[in-house]
Design a binder for this molecule. Structure first.
Ligand SMILES: [Zn+2]
Length: 383
């Protein structure tokens, strides 16, 4: 028994670059990437591959066994909840990689910054409980006592930083003090930025950067404008984290429709807890009795939250347009399901109305004298 775990770990740690998946074969450079055909273990291998692809392993002298151990531990840090599990964590990392490489956003960042952004993306929801910040507050969870705002995000950040305190997991162990501080600062900005409550505040700031870059004559001018100001780089990075976190909404319909059901299921599970534990009525989004409203809720979410993110990113970098196209296609699909549902409801309402009308006529007939006579005659006939 005691032998089994170390043997398994030795096997896992023996990973070499050659054993890792071919990025092209599994669409690692594509916005349309789907984790569905890949096992959870396979995703760890893909994650390792991404660090090699951005060339940080050699450059920052990351011991391969430390990187491997860190990746396995990150995966283990995710609970097996319905949606906010390791698969979601991986997808956010993969989208960060794709935005940097395929989307061309790497040009604003140093290799060290890209390294930190990719690692932070993988870690961003570690130890998520499948319930949101408001639930932590309402249930007075220990986390809510610990953190005043962005409760879960602060917890994910703490977990991520704790991993790095263990030298056998510290992928940044060969950085100098200043570099290490930069990484930790970026982890803080990136992970806290995944709190959607903060997204609305940074929207205008991001839009201003995109507006300014759009007016510039050359690419060099835009790069200079962004890179000369660390705040601009952080605003873009924060918005990239949001784009990654919500990226399931941009995936091909077969993927999006399934992932949306996982998100909804986790919400409904929270709704159940609100009813049973908190004795409160959940909001429609978390109420499994209002399942049929999912398509309408998705259209609303796309219109009020997601469209801005992918429209602005596509305007900023045209290479990101596949995400916007995917989003618009999914909007069309959800809208037609929502319209179908509305049409069905209309028919049902009409039937109810007709039924009620019929009942009223009958009642009026009963109340009038003739109705009574009819009944009498009927009785007479039967007799
Ligand atoms: Zn997330």
């Amino acid at each position: 028994m005691e032998q089994k775990v170390p043997v398994l770990w030795t096997e896992q740690l023996a990973t070499t670059q050659e054993d890792l998946p071919d990025p092209k074969a599994v669409d690692l450079y594509e916005f349309r990437f789907s984790d569905f055909p890949i096992t959870e273990h396979g995703l760890i291998q893909c994650g390792l591959r991404l660090f090699f692809e951005i060339n940080v392993v050699e450059k920052f002298k990351v011991p391969v066994e430390v990187l491997t151990r860190w990746m396995y531990t990150v995966r283990k840090g995710y609970r097996s909840v319905t949606y906010h599990n390791w698969r979601h964590g991986f997808n956010v990392g993969q989208t960060m990689f794709t935005l940097l490489m395929t989307g061309g956003l790497k040009k604003y960042y140093t290799d060290l910054e890209a390294f930190a952004m990719l690692a932070a993306a993988f870690c961003h929801d570690i130890d998520h409980r499948g319930t949101n910040n408001l639930y932590q507050v309402k249930s007075t969870s220990p986390l809510a006592k610990l953190h005043g705002n962005s409760i879960l995000e602060r917890h994910h950040l703490e977990c991520s930083k704790t991993l790095l305190q263990d030298e056998s997991l510290n992928i940044f162990q060969n950085l100098n003090k200043r570099q290490f501080e930069t990484v930790i600062h970026l982890f803080e900005v990136a992970i806290i930025a995944t709190d959607l409550a903060l997204y609305f505040k940074k929207r205008t700031m991001f839009q201003k950067i995109v507006d300014a870059c759009e007016k510039m004559e050359t690419e060099e001018e835009a790069i200079k404008y962004v890179t000369a100001d660390p705040t601009k780089k952080e605003i873009i990075m924060a918005m990239m984290m949001t784009a990654c976190d919500l990226s399931a909404i941009t995936k091909p319909w077969e993927v999006q429709s399934q992932v949306a059901r996982l998100v909804a299921s986790e919400f409904w599970e929270q709704g159940d807890l609100e009813r049973t534990v908190l004795q409160q009525q959940p909001i429609p989004m978390m109420d499994r009795n209002k399942k049929d409203e999912l398509p309408k809720l998705q259209v609303g979410f796309i219109d009020f939250v997601c469209t801005f993110v992918y429209k602005e990113f596509s305007r900023f970098h045209k290479e990101v347009t596949p995400m916007l196209n995917g989003l618009q296609n999914n909007r069309m699909e959800w809208k037609s399901l929502a319209d179908e549902y509305d049409a069905r409801m209309k028919v049902m309402e009409e039937e109810v109305r007709k039924q009620e009308e019929g009942n009223m006529i009958e009642k009026a007939a009963e109340d009038s004298g003739s109705g009574i006579d009819d009944k009498k005659s009927k009785t007479c006939l039967m007799l």
